[in-house]
Design a binder for this molecule. Structure first.
Ligand code: ATP
Length: 349
């Protein structure tokens, strides 16, 4: 083909003090986020935290009530959606049912009055990029869910936008296809260098795919960081609880340390008042040992490369322990636990 999909330069995207309310409800309560050109950012949070609202505000589908959205430094308040140079993919397969795959992908080019011959070439290339070059003459109902989302991705990218917005694009797909398409989105995104914002409520998905993750809660961003930073050093207890698995364990805070079951651990995040706390301990930071904290095995599940065992302490606290698959705890067994000296998050109790 004549036209190749040369890398597009990703735009710099910035949300500055963005506020959006629905009646009295503040869906976005002064959001600040600077996304570098070519960066892949995940907006992660529980249902209703404002992720979709943030994405719709970026796209211009939703107006904002305060603050600014800047694309390459330009305030886009008065720029309508179709002029914001963004590609979008949504959760539900939004292909036009009466158009073939090729016509679907060409749609954005037709709107931009690109000549027919060039349109076709570019659409074929975009389909090739998502591995569906042979499927141009099919209709949506003749494709699997994963294939439909690939077409939606091709359709979003064919106009060579500088920003790609993805709203839970994988959540309707089954587990295996979800991981495949996730990795493929990441590959294509890296090749094109397109700035990407990916909305998800699935922490594993966010950690796996993004350069940085912005964790949202009730209309605010709690923390922005690389997956490694969020996991190892959650800034707030909410992040510790939401990102990765954490056990909730009673402890006593004293001047930046927390004592859990007689073990002194360093505390992460902002200092909190001395006294009774709930500490968040990762399953991999608890191990079986010959002596230590006694516990009773409640259940044990095989997870392929590791095993996760639930145990109950004397005070009825339930803990998840992650360990090698060749250790086989039996339900009802008495085991002993030791805590690794990893820093933990804690909240007052
Ligand atoms: P989900 O994953 O469930 O879609 P979300 O994090 O994307 O959640 P949003 O869709 O951004 O959340 O919604 C944020 C809050 O704003 C929610 O409390 C929601 O009920 C409210 N909201 C969203 N859209 C509207 C609307 N058009 N009118 C009134 N309230 C709205």
């Amino acid at each position: 083909t004549a036209i190749d999909l040369e890398p597009v330069s990703g735009a710099r995207v910035e949300l500055a003090n963005v506020v959006k309310h629905y009646g009295p409800h503040r869906a976005l309560n002064s959001i600040n986020l600077a996304i570098e050109p070519g960066e892949f950012i995940a907006l992660l949070g529980p249902s209703g935290c404002g992720k979709t609202t943030a994405l719709r505000a970026l796209s211009g589908l939703e107006g904002i009530d305060g603050g600014e959205i800047l694309i390459d430094g330009e305030d886009v308040a008065s720029v309508p959606t179709n002029r914001r140079d963004m590609g979008m993919v949504f959760q539900s397969y939004s292909l036009f049912p009466h158009m073939t795959v090729l016509e679907n992908v060409q749609f954005g080019l037709r709107m931009r009055r690109v000549p027919a011959a060039e349109r076709k070439g570019r659409a074929v290339e975009a389909l090739d990029m998502v591995g569906l070059a042979q499927f141009g003459s099919r209709y949506a109902h003749q494709l699997s869910g994963g294939q439909q989302q690939r077409v939606a991705l091709a359709r979003a990218l064919v106009t060579r936008p500088h920003v790609l917005l993805l709203d839970e694009p994988l959540s309707a797909l089954d587990a295996k296809v979800r991981v495949q398409l996730r990795d493929e989105i990441r590959r294509i995104q890296t090749e094109l260098g397109i700035t990407t914002v990916f909305v998800t409520h699935d922490q594993e998905e966010a950690l796996a795919v993004a350069d940085r993750v912005a964790v949202m809660r009730e209309g605010v961003i709690e923390q922005v960081g690389t997956p490694e930073e969020l996991y190892a050093a959650p800034a707030t207890p909410f992040v510790a609880d939401f990102v990765g698995l954490s056990n909730r364990v009673a402890g006593i805070a004293t001047d930046g340390t927390v004592s859990v079951q007689g073990v002194e651990l360093d505390m992460l995040g902002a200092p909190i008042q001395n006294g009774e706390v709930t500490a968040f301990i990762r399953p991999e930071n608890i191990r079986f040992a010959d002596d230590g904290i006694p516990a009773t095995v409640v259940s044990s599940s095989f997870l392929g490369s590791l095993r996760r065992t639930r145990v109950r302490l004397g005070d009825d606290t339930l803990l998840s322990v992650q360990h090698a698959v060749d250790v086989h705890p039996q339900i009802g067994d008495t085991v002993h636990l030791q805590l690794r000296p990893a820093p933990v998050s804690a909240v007052p109790r």
